[in-house]
Write a protein that binds this ligand. Structure first.
Ligand SMILES: [Zn+2]
Length: 279
């Protein structure tokens, strides 16, 4: 039986709310035109990538899923968006950092076996990953975002995935290197916005609902991990149906997983205790 809808989750790593709202003119244009909505989205603490990915996809806090730092990685035993969608008969796609494959499919990541796989039994039906091996302050080791967007689009058109996630570390890496109040970051955000703008209409035309958000924010010094508005708060843009919360509502990161499942018409597992933010 087909799922109720199709959805893409775009996670642009490490973008504080302020940068989304003032520098992503294309996303803001859709909101201004009444075709998208935007809310504040607050990350869990620690506001660190690995713990945030695990919370975004399992709907549980780090103290429950156990990923408390980027260095603590394993196959998480809890239900997550991939496992539930694939259990319901849906096809999933992941164009993300290799951590997502480790958390939700198998650990450790084997470059040759896992960089690209197609496994009809799931939980990740079509995986396309990058490892950023050798990443450091002076050498970002991130793929071009246009390549990532195109790869996700290929999965939607070649395999008709029901749920797809794209995750890119470009802006997080830029932030760690340059901080957030500088010309280099302004331009990097503009590039990202323009690359995304080229693909969004195509996804919407194919019938996908789309979430664009980040896993956490970042300070002007380029750090995150703690409890602070700039470190935790990002924006969440919604291109789709349903009744959303009032303007000014803060979306809890743990609401994302159950919201995605409810949009797709997939049963929400008991471990996801937060309420969907779309009715
Ligand atoms: Zn991150």
């Amino acid at each position: 039986m087909p799922l109720r809808s199709k959805l893409l989750l775009i996670v642009v790593d490490g973008v504080p709310e302020r940068n989304f709202r003032r520098l992503f003119g294309n996303l803001e244009g859709w909101v201004e035109h009444g075709e998208a909505r935007v809310w504040k989205h607050r990350s869990i603490v620690p506001s660190i990538s690995g713990p945030c990915y695990a919370s975004i996809h399992t709907g549980t806090p780090p103290q429950q899923h156990g990923v408390l730092a980027n260095e603590i990685r394993f196959r998480i035993g809890l239900p997550d968006v991939f496992s539930e969608v694939s259990k319901a008969g849906g096809r999933t796609g992941s164009v993300t950092h290799s951590y997502w494959s480790e958390f939700f499919n198998r650990y450790p990541f084997d470059l040759v076996r896992d960089l690209e796989y197609d496994e009809p039994e799931g939980p990740i039906t079509h995986g396309r990953f990058h490892s950023m091996t050798g990443y450091g302050r002076e050498n970002q080791m991130t793929p071009s975002d246009v390549d990532l967007f195109a790869t996700l689009t290929m999965l939607t058109e070649r395999f008709a995935i029901d749920y797809g996630i794209l995750h890119t570390c470009t802006l997080d890496s830029m932030g760690h290197r340059f901080g957030h109040d500088c010309l280099a970051m302004d331009n990097a955000c503009l590039h990202m916005d323009v690359m995304l703008a080229a693909f969004l209409p195509r996804w919407l035309k194919s019938g996908y609902e789309v979430i664009v958000t980040a896993d956490h924010g970042q300070t002007d010094r380029g750090t995150h991990g703690g409890r602070e508005d700039l470190q935790q708060d990002t924006a969440l843009y919604w291109f789709g149906g349903g009744k959303g919360p009032a303007q000014g509502t803060v979306i809890d990161q743990l609401q994302i997983a159950p919201t995605i499942l409810s949009r797709l018409g997939v049963p929400i597992p008991k471990t996801m205790k937060a309420k969907p933010f779309l009715a």
